[in-house]
Ligand binder design. Structure first.
Ligand SMILES: [Zn+2]
Length: 335
């Protein structure tokens, strides 16, 4: 793998390669964009390109030298990856980083510190890191990775060069996934997974490895297909209630599958094109079912599904949420 293997992030790639070419490398970067679009991969490729002992004419890494192979194995002493521990990056982790910072690189041109999921830094950790970003030691490059700059202190953002990673286009996601997982995916399944993953490689790989995901999706969709507005039925009501009695993770997954379904019903009513549908394998059923839903009801359902996660976090009784959702699905229009 090298810089040339980064797919779909042409702008980020060009900016970083140009900074190497013109020798205008910043001391701190913020790579931001959705999960699974290649931010960490690019950070590692950037480190490799800069520290490579025999870079190519286009300034990309050789992949064979001592430095490249050590970074590929993630065992270079000059490459440090800081990740959340129990969902938090603590001030102690940043202090440890600062301790090492002033030591010269052991065997590379530059030392790299990659702070993955930087939005998990506590406020104290961020303030502590700020001191380093304000007075960066020589030969050190800090790359913060996060989903959106808005999650970080403005003072942190102002010290970094921001590089945006866009959501991958479906065609690029398909290219990546088919390179990584050549064997057991037929074209139809690949297409479906890429749509459900919404431009995220990480999500797509996760969906592929979770064998039971598609089975569960099928079960939920069968239930949703069996539900019709204004037709109350105890069996489907109890099934909806079942989802709400499982774990939060299971519920979140079920809610997402429901969101995709009602999103598609709304979309198919509004637009004749199918490019934006998630459940492309259910096209004819979607077309049929969309006729019995009013626009108002679909918008209400989607709005409610979008709020459920937040309501759970606020400890609202889950069975009440199930009742309310069922009412949105089968109650009077727009209730
Ligand atoms: Zn090399």
């Amino acid at each position: 793998m090298s810089f040339n293997d980064i797919i779909g992030q042409e702008k980020a790639k060009e900016l970083l390669l140009r900074s190497i070419k013109e020798n205008k490398i910043s001391s701190s970067y913020l790579f931001w964009g959705k999960e699974g679009v290649g931010k960490k991969f690019t950070a590692l490729e950037f480190a490799k390109a800069i520290n490579c002992l025999h870079p190519g004419e286009d300034f990309t890494s050789c992949e064979n030298c001592y430095s490249c192979s050590k970074i590929n194995k993630l065992c270079s002493p000059d490459l440090n990856i800081i990740e959340p521990v129990k969902n938090t990056i603590s001030i102690q982790q940043i202090r440890d980083l600062q301790h090492q910072l002033n030591l010269k690189p052991l065997e590379s041109k530059r030392k790299f510190y990659i702070i993955d999921r930087a939005e998990k830094m506590t406020e104290q950790a961020e303030n502590c890191l700020l001191k380093t970003l304000e007075e960066p030691p020589p030969k050190v490059i800090i790359i913060l990775i996060c989903q959106h700059p808005g999650y970080l202190l403005p003072t942190i953002i102002s010290r970094c060069q921001l590089i945006n990673f866009t959501t991958l286009k479906s065609v690029n996601l398909k290219r990546i996934i088919s390179t990584l997982k050549k064997k057991d995916l037929d074209d139809e399944k690949l297409e479906l997974i890429c749509r459900l993953a919404r431009g995220s490689v990480g999500k797509a790989l996760n969906l592929i490895s979770k064998k039971e995901y598609l089975k569960k999706r099928e079960e939920i969709l069968n239930l949703l297909i069996s539900i019709s507005p204004k037709k109350y039925d105890l069996l489907s009501f109890n099934r909806i209630k079942d989802f709400f009695s499982g774990t939060d993770d299971q519920l979140e997954e079920a809610i997402e599958i429901m969101l995709f379904w009602y999103h598609d019903l709304l979309f198919i009513q509004e637009l004749p094109i199918h490019r934006y549908l998630f459940n492309i394998d259910k096209l004819s059923i979607l077309q049929e079912k969309s006729k019995i839903y009013s626009l108002k009801r679909l918008k209400n359902i989607l709005e409610y599904l979008g709020q459920i996660k937040e309501l759970i976090e606020r400890n609202i009784n889950k069975q009440l949420l199930a009742d309310e959702l069922y009412l949105k699905l089968v109650g009077e229009d727009g209730d």
